[in-house]
Design a protein around this ligand. Structure first.
Ligand code: NAG
Ligand code: NAG
Ligand code: NAG
Ligand code: NAG
Ligand code: NAG
Ligand code: NAG
Ligand code: NAG
Ligand code: NAG
Ligand code: NAG
Ligand code: NAG
Ligand code: NAG
Length: 677
């Protein structure tokens, strides 16, 4: 009894720490200082970046302290501190009837210019396609608000330029218009915290987690704020197009494209789940794709309206994988059944492309910007495998046993052919297709993450091979030369974790995401869409972006891979049945971290984990999950030493040198592995 009481005291302390999910929110803690989402939905400049000409009182514009006077031909550049997006309001006083004002916006400090914004309408080599927003003479004195069509969805720096006479400005603010359905942008339902002793900045991993979370928030937008197509003419931009069947809706990027792209959602939606758990924008985006299915062929568009790009077998597949992810995180079976007829038609569309070889012949060639990709292509077929495996599971929720079995059988057959055709035994990686020796980053990462590999050794070989592409700031993509893709690197991070190379996965995060958060070229808050091998902003300079480095997005949800990877792998918490009815805790403790803590929410409640290395080869794990759920604590062979553990005060044993697997019910548990004694 005494023992039990003592134990209860101990548990209660744990409980106080882990259970904090009052009203569905993550517990408060030191991690909150890394949350970069603004505290209010109206934000003011945080600093003056620079002035030019004769500007008096510029500093009074910081935090709304007073007015600044700009002589004709002068300008001031305001710094909002982090990426923001929304409509500017300011107070104007301009006695001269000839006085006019111009506004230019940019994410990167490299494109702060009085006569041009960074580009969003169209990529042009002169980098000045968009131009400025003019407020023409004569200026009306008083409050001015930017017209809604001219919304800039993503920027950090605003330059205000006076011409034709002196202009006095005050009360400059931005009304944030992303996350329109949420009042408190910082009210996350999940969190993550780990000290990164392997990095110069010990908080780097936590910062990266929150940078990814905020990036996806800036991509969550009102329905009528899409980029207009056809694009606005030179010298302008327009963000007032309708993006789908309902809002709010998740798009690819804050500044651009501002459209639904299902491939991007393969990374952005897991980020959304582990951070805000705000899945309505995802449901609206997926519904938009299914509503636009081609009724004759079953083809889904590559992107949402107004772009409504067609002709991508891989992005078609990503809508289907996204359907599984949304259902896994939300358990929204009603919605699944609503789209089921269109979903099955869309799976059949892909299955119809599988020819006598047993592989899909990829003919819808559009993709994430990679080259090649047609015919019997490894990346496309890896994604198809994931479609079939997840479709088989989803069919069980629709009670379609026969279809579930047929898709599972076809998945198994595809896996065999995939290995027969693409595996290069001498290189120990998968090749892109049967007529090349190029071993792509995307297909090899997907093969490990989606379980196309047939042995643990194969995973390790691929993980080793992928490192061959690395330079100081990340993996140079074989299938898109001279490029580092934080989108595909997000899958590579997962692949290294899956292969058991925890330290390597963390090192990749430090290199690529550490670079993005610190380079003075970037917005230093949200995550770049991509960059070149030497770190320049000229992403896709030769592949669609017309050598326009100002067009690159600095806030792209597809680059937030570490956010979910840190939760799912470093912390080790995943859901394996809808909404976490079943879950696994498999912390990756061999990466050099002393510990990690975090968690997320689902409709079933709060899921929290805290682990810390203890003693020599020992480990302490605390787990808190909703009652009525079932889970497993799993550790690979060799992760902990010794043969003993204590689960909630009761002793247990495992085989020396073997993996550990302990079945648990929902509730609060503490497991101690003593290590070597
Ligand atoms: C970034 O730093 C380099 C080296 O100090 C400097 O030359 C460059 O002007 C800086 N770029 C920006 C946009 O601040
Ligand atoms: C824009 O301003 C820069 C100086 O900041 C100048 O070099 C450039 O010629 C101007 N471009 C145009 C199109 O006016
Ligand atoms: C920049 O290039 C685009 C595309 O070639 C052109 O339409 C636009 O007029 C140019 N802008 C300037 C300011 O020269
Ligand atoms: C967007 O705004 C522009 C400029 O005001 C206008 O011409 C256009 O019709 C608007 N488009 C939509 C879809 O409202
Ligand atoms: C299913 O597809 C049809 C077109 O064939 C479309 O009209 C309908 O809105 C779609 N339904 C759903 C729920 O996506
Ligand atoms: C096969 O792969 C190579 C390397 O990615 C690529 O250049 C080639 O275009 C691919 N073939 C087809 C048919 O796509
Ligand atoms: C894929 O289909 C296209 C179009 O029908 C065809 O030209 C091509 O030869 C096929 N590729 C393979 C590898 O069969
Ligand atoms: C599937 O079967 C179960 C058990 O009979 C039933 O409760 C459920 O409503 C069925 N679902 C559908 C979509 O038919
Ligand atoms: C399974 O694959 C075979 C052969 O490609 C195909 O005929 C069949 O339609 C597939 N089944 C399903 C349910 O897609
Ligand atoms: C991976 O696939 C094999 C069959 O090829 C299966 O036995 C195994 O359970 C799968 N692993 C996971 C984690 O799904
Ligand atoms: C970086 O790479 C780009 C694209 O290859 C190139 O244009 C640029 O000159 C390089 N910059 C440096 C500083 O080497």
């Amino acid at each position: 009894m005494l023992f039990l009481l003592g134990y209860c005291w101990y548990l209660c302390l744990v409980l106080a720490h882990l259970s904090g999910a009052a009203w569905g929110l993550a517990p408060a803690g030191k991690w909150d200082t890394f949350n970069i989402a603004p505290r209010t939905k109206t934000v003011y400049p945080a600093a003056i970046h620079s002035t030019s000409g004769v500007v008096t009182g510029a500093e009074l514009l910081v935090g709304k302290k007073g007015a600044a006077a700009l002589a004709s031909g002068s300008w001031v550049t305001l710094d909002f501190g982090v990426e923001v997006g929304g409509l500017i309001t300011l107070t104007i006083d301009a006695p001269s009837p000839a006085a006019a004002l111009a506004l230019s916006f940019t994410e990167s400090p490299a494109f702060i210019r009085p006569n041009a914004s960074d580009d969003s309408s169209f990529p042009a080599q002169n980098t000045t396609f968009d131009g400025v927003l003019r407020v023409d003479a004569p200026l009306a004195s008083g409050r001015w608000t930017q017209p809604t069509y001219s919304l800039r969805g993503g920027f950090r720096y605003l330059t205000l330029v006076a011409s034709g006479g002196e202009v006095t400005l005050a009360d400059v603010s931005c009304a944030i218009n992303f996350m329109p359905h949420v009042t408190d942008l910082r009210a996350y339902e999940g969190y993550f915290y780990a000290l990164d002793e392997g990095a110069q900045d010990v908080d780097l991993l936590t910062k990266v987690w929150y940078a990814g979370a905020y990036t996806v928030q800036t991509n969550t937008v009102p329905l009528d704020t899409g980029r207009e197509v056809p694009f606005a003419p030179p010298g302008s931009w327009a963000n007032n197009a309708t993006l789908g069947v309902a809002g709010p809706i998740i798009v690819d990027g804050a500044k651009r494209d501002r459209a639904v792209w299902p491939g991007d959602m393969g990374i952005a939606v897991p980020t959304q789940f582990v951070s805000t758990n705000d899945l309505l924008p995802t449901k609206n985006a997926l519904s938009t794709m299914f509503a636009a299915i081609n009724p004759k062929t079953g083809a889904l568009p590559e992107s949402g309206p107004p772009l409504s790009q067609q002709g991508s077998d891989t992005y078609h597949a990503w809508t289907l994988i996204g359907t599984y992810n949304y259902h896994l995180f939300s358990a929204d079976t009603d919605w699944l059944l609503d789209v089921w007829a269109n979903y099955t038609k869309a799976v059949a569309f892909l299955e119809g492309k599988v020819d006598s070889s047993g592989l899909m012949n990829v003919t819808g060639l559009r993709d994430w910007a990679r080259q090649g990709g047609g015919g019997h292509n490894a990346e496309g077929n890896a994604i198809l495998y994931r479609v079939l495996v997840t479709a088989s599971e989803l069919a069980t929720y629709a009670n379609d046993t026969a279809l579930s079995l047929a898709w599972a059988q076809n998945a198994t057959a595809l896996k065999q052919v995939f290995n027969d055709v693409f595996w290069l035994a001498d290189v120990e990686m998968y090749r892109d297709n049967a007529t090349t020796t190029l071993c792509p980053e995307d297909a090899n990462s997907f093969a490990v993450v989606f379980n196309l590999t047939q042995s643990e050794a194969q995973k390790a070989q691929i993980s080793d091979g992928l490192v061959g592409n690395w330079n100081d700031i990340g993996p140079v993509v074989p299938e898109l030369p001279d490029t580092i893709s934080p989108f595909i690197a997000g899958y590579e991070v997962q692949a290294h974790f899956e292969a058991g190379n925890d330290a390597r996965a963390l090192e990749l995060i430090r290199r690529t995401w550490g670079y993005m958060l610190t380079t003075n070229l970037s917005v230093q808050s949200t995550l770049l869409e991509g960059f070149t091998a030497n770190g320049s902003l000229a992403y896709r300079y030769y592949q669609g972006y017309n050598d326009d480095p100002s067009y690159t997005s600095h806030s792209h949800g597809w680059s937030s891979g570490p956010t979910s990877a840190l939760t799912f792998y470093a912390l080790g918490l995943t859901v394996t049945a809808p909404a976490g009815q079943a879950w696994v805790v498999a912390p990756h403790i061999q990466g050099g971290l002393p510990g990690a803590q975090g968690g997320f929410s689902t409709p079933l409640g709060w899921f929290g984990v805290q682990w810390a290395l203890a003693g020599t080869g020992g480990l302490r794990v605390e787990i808190n999950t909703p009652t009525g759920t079932d889970g497993i604590l799993r550790l690979p062979a060799g992760a902990v030493r010794g043969t003993e553990y204590v689960l909630d005060g009761r002793a247990g044993r495992f085989e020396a040198g073997a993996g550990v697997e302990i079945a648990l019910e929902g509730g609060i548990h503490v497991v101690m592995f003593s290590g070597e004694t």
